[in-house]
Design a protein around this ligand. Structure first.
Ligand SMILES: [Zn+2]
Length: 218
């Protein structure tokens, strides 16, 4: 990613400083639209990292969870303390199709390396249509209300690390973080292996969504 400037909050990359305010925040963070407090990723969703994530997620090479968790560990901010690692939930139907939740495998592997417990604190209430080809606002509407916090896990005052494989616009992570915060979490940071470049997304043409992909890859 050839970016010179990054949002101080969500670390979205920008080619020049104009989208950032005096505190270094992007427009979404400035307006409080992100839902989370910070977002970190190991690298850009391209090249070898993208290939590894595909092998892990779509080809089902689950043993990659360990090596990939090492990358998460490298991207984990040393200055933050966390009480729990929350895997980004998959809708049960998608988990059934894939056979596993890739975020849960990553969270467990990261937990073994850090000693921070995994808290399966949230679940998907409904399957969300694929986000590809949607604008930022459409993505936010798409995922609003998609998450439900499990009441038996106390979150009051907890500082949580929400783990996912890929961070796209942050709309899904933001909706999930907002649900965790409504349940009492004090702080929610997002950690992903890779992030897509928000600037490139604007350039991608909106594609008609085939019906067969009602439960899309995300
Ligand atoms: Zn931001």
């Amino acid at each position: 990613m050839n970016a010179e400037y990054f949002c101080a909050c969500c670390r979205a990359p920008f080619v020049n400083p104009h989208p950032l305010d005096e505190q270094g925040r992007c427009a979404l963070c400035r307006r409080g639209l992100t839902g989370f407090d910070a977002a970190y990723a190991y690298g850009a969703y391209e090249g070898t990292l993208r290939q590894l994530i595909h092998l892990f997620k779509y080809d089902g090479i689950r043993t990659l969870a360990g090596p990939l968790a090492e990358l998460l560990l490298a991207a984990l901010p040393r200055q933050e303390r966390f009480d729990g690692i929350v895997p980004m939930p998959l809708h049960w139907r998608k988990r059934w199709q894939r056979g596993f939740n890739q975020a849960k495998l990553l969270a467990e592997a990261l937990s073994r390396r850090t000693g921070i417990p995994v808290l399966e604190a949230v679940r998907r209430r409904r399957a969300t249509p694929p986000q590809a080809g949607l604008s930022n606002a459409e993505r936010r509407r798409n995922v609003a209300g998609a998450f439900e916090v499990r009441r038996r896990i106390p979150l009051e005052g907890r500082r949580l690390l929400l783990v996912d494989d890929v961070f796209t616009t942050g709309a899904t992570a933001g909706a999930c973080a907002a649900a965790l915060k409504r349940a009492g979490a004090e702080r929610v940071s997002v950690l992903a292996l890779a992030r897509t470049d928000r600037r490139l997304m604007w350039l991608a043409p909106a594609q008609p969504r085939p019906q067969s992909m009602a439960i899309g890859a995300s």
